[in-house]
Design a protein around this ligand. Structure first.
Ligand SMILES: [Zn+2]
Ligand SMILES: [Zn+2]
Length: 372
């Protein structure tokens, strides 16, 4: 469904803010570099702020506050609330409310960043236009009891201006006088806000458009390794939508997910606990179900095409594939039933391999049929 952009619904505060940030980041910051160059201090400060504010969104706002995927001690909460505010993505309370609504109503009209309203809407449109009707804000009652969250809710803008823009400028001044202050304000302040915001927004737009769907073929959410590189591991969005309470988004050991590594490290230092993990058997079952749904969808698509030799051949191959998926599914259920504990990592890999082989065959059938 496409959204009708109405002029009366424009949120002018957000729109002007976004426009100013965009212009300064894309014109002001490069002009500074051309005129004054950039030194190690400016680069380190920029990287620190990208890491601190970006991780505060992924580890704090997202996995800790929105999904309660682990418990954190107060220093972790305080740090992520302060630097989360500096990302200029609203207070944690508002961010979490929107995000929980997104998970509850994914791909429907009630989803604030519904991708079926178009890429632009999911990316930034929903911020530039007022939400109507105004969301009831009744899905964050647990967080309303948290004193630190409520403190940040009250002072969110002041924290953002002070720590997100004034502090880097002050540090820049101490480093290199007024020129250093201007550079730090432009690079570690405004350019960094632009970069972190756009990376977050791409999770709502790109990660619902491009990528694989290995855990749930029904949802628009996708897994994207490339996006995980720019979002501290949030690119594994298909897994995340299927198992939102898992502290890992990239669940496989080789998945690039710095946020899960950071949470694990915090746990080792006693700063985080009760890390929630989905049992391995449940994950493999989801993958098998997704493989079966993909094969069934392909079969339906081919059945509707005009008659041809290739059509008959493809239908036979797909039926055969579906039968084998069903067989390994039943074997797998029998294996889970015969065990008391969850599957070992080795066992999970072996079932993963079998599922992947069947998916490769599905891709081959699709390919052969398309070039025929
Ligand atoms: Zn999503
Ligand atoms: Zn989420």
């Amino acid at each position: 469904m496409k959204t009708k952009f109405s002029f009366e619904r424009v949120d002018w505060t957000n729109t002007i803010f976004m426009l100013v940030i965009c212009l300064i980041a894309l014109i002001g910051a490069p002009l500074y570099v051309v005129f004054y160059g950039v030194d190690v201090f400016q680069i380190v400060l920029f990287l620190f702020y990208v890491l601190a504010t970006g991780m505060s969104i992924t580890l704090g706002y997202h996995r800790l506050f929105a999904h309660l995927s682990f418990k954190a001690k107060w220093p972790v909460k305080l740090f992520t609330l302060i630097f989360g505010a500096c990302a200029f993505e609203n207070s944690a309370l508002k961010w979490v409310s929107d995000h929980r609504t997104h998970h509850k109503h994914t791909d429907s009209d009630d989803d604030p960043y519904d991708i079926s309203k178009g890429f632009f809407w999911a990316h930034i449109g929903w911020i530039l236009f007022r939400q109507e009707p105004i969301p009831p804000f009744d899905n964050v009652n647990d967080l309303k009891k948290d004193k630190l969250v409520m403190w940040q809710y009250r002072y969110d803008k002041r924290i953002a201006l002070l720590v997100g823009l004034a502090l880097p400028a002050m540090l820049g001044f101490l480093w290199n006088g007024p020129v250093g202050a201007l550079g730090a304000f432009l690079i570690a302040g405004v350019l960094r806000i632009f970069v972190v915001q756009q990376c977050t927004f791409f999770i709502n737009s790109l990660c619902h458009t491009i990528g694989r769907r290995p855990y749930c073929s029904e949802s628009s959410a996708r897994d994207s390794f490339v996006m995980s590189l720019f979002t501290f591991g949030e690119g594994y969005h298909n897994y995340h939508h299927e198992f939102q309470h898992d502290y890992r988004n990239g669940v496989k050991p080789w998945n690039f997910d710095p946020t899960k590594w950071a949470i694990w490290t915090l746990a080792k230092f006693g700063l985080a606990e009760d890390l929630r993990r989905v049992p391995r058997s449940k994950i493999v079952l989801a993958e098998m179900n997704a493989a079966r749904n993909s094969a069934e969808k392909e079969l339906l698509r081919i059945q509707e095409l005009p008659e041809s030799d290739w059509k008959e051949k493809a239908i036979r191959a797909l039926n055969n594939l579906l039968e084998r998926i069903q067989n390994i599914y039943e074997e797998f259920i029998a294996e889970i039933d015969s065990r008391k504990a969850d599957l070992s990592r080795r066992c999970m890999h072996s079932w993963n391999r079998k599922t992947r082989q069947l998916l490769d065959e599905l891709a081959d059938i699709r390919f052969q049929f398309r070039i025929a």
